[in-house]
Ligand binder design. Structure first.
Ligand code: NAP
Length: 276
């Protein structure tokens, strides 16, 4: 007979968001715990915005071993932390909570490092002095901009709401012509908008004609099938990076911080793609 599980000594971690039922993180992290034989479980906690502070405090006090933070809490959760890392301060968003040993949580942002690890793994680019076109200027874009600045890239940003682009780099007007022109001279083009998320049609607003073997096209949108934009980029000879790699690596960094164990990347990737 199988041994009962979980038990009173099982540790728990989870993701907080609103809604959170779509999250792939439970499947990824539980696959990692299983692969290492860790007596941990990872759950999804739907937390309404008004309940964020009390929920985070309660989870910390009940011995939670770590939390991922997703939409819409990535900014508001900063006020619930006992301390935050320099990455959170620079990006203005927090996606990982780590127990501080004192009944609270330290906030970190692992999206920036996860973005770079996925890029280095799938399509390495020499970024020092290289021109990069970032499309989008939301929370994910701020993490990407922080990561790219750390590698010395020259950042140009196109966003539907132009004021937000100006906060991140040299503005490229959000018009098809200007975006194609900027993409033509970029070594790396990143889509950090939600364009292409829910449809198989190629979205307007992302460059295609100017992409080629000289380009790396990186789509933060994650799906098991290539996004329409990455499909079009690959057809023009560009190297491509999908959003699954970033999701995997940001989670793997958090996994290491929570458990102290080396994350089993292959098992976590398999957990992600089985669910997605
Ligand atoms: P966000 O803060 O809400 O930002 C959304 C961005 O998309 C903004 O730049 C917004 O432009 C733009 N946008 C939305 N609809 C648009 C439209 N119809 N036309 C043009 N631009 C549009 O969201 P986020 O957290 O940055 O997430 C953005 C995407 O990245 C999502 O698809 C998310 O799933 C993905 N993501 C992936 C990972 C990963 O690990 N792979 C991590 C984080 C996020 P405005 O500023 O004009 O509104």
């Amino acid at each position: 007979m199988a041994r009962p599980w979980p038990t009173s000594s099982t540790r728990f971690a989870g993701v907080i968001g609103w809604p959170v039922g779509h999250s792939l993180s439970p499947s990824m992290h539980n696959a990692g715990f299983r692969a290492l034989g860790l007596d941990w479980a990872y759950l999804a906690f739907p937390i309404a915005p008004d309940d964020l502070d009390s929920a985070v405090r309660g989870l910390a006090q009940s011995g939670c071993g770590g939390l991922s933070v997703t939409i819409p809490h990535k900014q508001a959760v900063i006020d619930c932390c006992s301390a935050v890392t320099p990455a959170v301060e620079a990006i203005g968003a927090c996606n990982t909570l780590i127990p501080d040993g004192n009944g609270g949580f330290t906030g970190d942002n692992t999206d920036a490092a996860g973005f770079l690890q996925a890029l280095d793994e799938a399509a390495p680019v020499a970024l020092e002095g290289a021109e990069v076109l970032l499309i989008g200027a939301g929370g994910a874009a701020r993490a990407v901009a922080f990561a790219l600045a750390g590698r010395g890239a020259r950042l140009r940003v196109a966003n539907r709401t132009e004021e937000k682009a100006a906060a991140l780099g040299e503005v490229v007007p959000f018009t098809p012509g200007a975006i194609e022109e900027a993409a033509a001279s970029a070594a790396l083009v990143v889509n950090s908008t939600s364009l292409g998320m829910g449809s198989d049609d190629l979205p307007g607003g992302l460059p295609v004609e100017s992409l080629g073997p000289q380009t790396v096209a990186y789509d933060l949108v994650y799906r098991t099938e290539p996004t329409p934009w990455l499909g079009a980029a690959a057809a023009r000879g560009a190297r491509t990076v999908d959003g699954v790699g970033m999701l995997l690596h940001q989670g793997a960094i958090a996994f290491r911080q929570w458990t102290g164990a080396e994350p089993p990347i292959d098992a976590m990737r398999a957990g992600l793609t089985a669910q997605g």
